[in-house]
Ligand binder design. Structure first.
Ligand code: SAM
Length: 255
């Protein structure tokens, strides 16, 4: 399969497992969200999925709108957060007028956008002085058992670029656009409470797992289960999965 086709399949894969996604993906570190948003009130959660980041934004008392292209993901968001206006749309075609928001944020999704088109749209819906923030949760591979789990969870759908990004947390996905200030990055440690089985469910929501065939997935999950049961850190019941929330922010010029 050609790389661009695989990329597109992965970008569209999440809705096939939307209920598990909502149940098993981690939320975002509150201090990371605060660092990005500051005191901005009207916020768009772009590529909102099932509302993981939306939920944290709401906890800050912000006025939040959501845009998400996948019907399955959006339906789950609306079921869990019925008061949020969740619109169908993409980062390349955001269904809002110019200067609608003080902040546009996106969780675990900026790398799926087609740029520079998406950044032009993000800039369009931001008011001058508004902020664009991109957040990602990465496994903290400075912890040995975690690094091995990440290595074992690689599938035939992972690209070399994925490996570089995930292994070095040194991602190439910085939002660079002439109308935005130079992006700033900050990292926030946090954790997700897991058991062996819920950890496997979390890994099963990754696009690289969703797009492979059932036989490859079953083999990988078996290997991962055996591994997690073999480690003292993960085989005693509940454990903390150490995460690093990487946050990047850039401001629209001209305030
Ligand atoms: C890994 S999920 C992240 C969902 C949510 N933001 C979160 O933090 O859990 C990636 C999301 O990006 C969406 N997506 C993929 N390509 C997109 C695009 N071009 N524009 C907007 N959303 C897109 C997918 O449908 C999916 O819901």
């Amino acid at each position: 399969m050609q790389e661009p086709e695989l990329f597109a399949r992965r970008a569209r894969s999440f809705g096939s497992n939307a209920v598990a996604y909502a149940r098993h993906r981690p939320g975002y570190a509150e201090d990371a969200v605060e660092w990005v948003i500051g005191d901005r009130a009207r916020v768009l959660d772009l590529a909102a999925g099932t509302g993981k980041l939306t939920e944290t934004l709401l906890a800050f008392g912000l006025e939040v709108s959501a845009v998400e292209p996948d019907d399955g993901m959006r339906a789950e968001l609306s079921r869990l957060l019925p008061d949020v206006a969740a619109l169908a749309g993409t980062a390349e075609q955001i269904p809002f007028p110019d200067a609608s928001f003080d902040a546009v944020v996106t969780g675990q999704a900026f790398h799926w956008f087609n740029n520079p088109g998406a950044l032009a749209e993000i800039v369009r819906v931001l008011r001058p002085g508004g902020v664009f923030g991109a957040l990602w949760n990465y496994d903290d591979q400075s912890v040995e058992w975690v690094a091995e789990m990440v290595r074992l969870s690689r599938t035939s759908a992972n690209s070399e670029q994925d490996r570089q990004v995930v292994d070095n947390l040194d991602h190439a996905h910085k939002p660079r656009h002439e109308a935005l200030t130079e992006p700033e990055e900050h990292r926030f440690p946090h954790a997700q409470r897991r058991t062996v089985e819920s950890m496997l469910s979390t890994l099963g929501t990754q696009s690289s797992m969703l797009v492979i065939d059932g036989a490859e997935r079953a083999k990988l999950v078996d290997q991962l289960r055996t591994y997690l049961w073999s480690r003292p850190e993960t085989s005693q019941g509940e454990f903390d999965r150490p995460l690093v929330c990487v946050a990047v922010r850039a401001y629209k010029r001209g305030a």
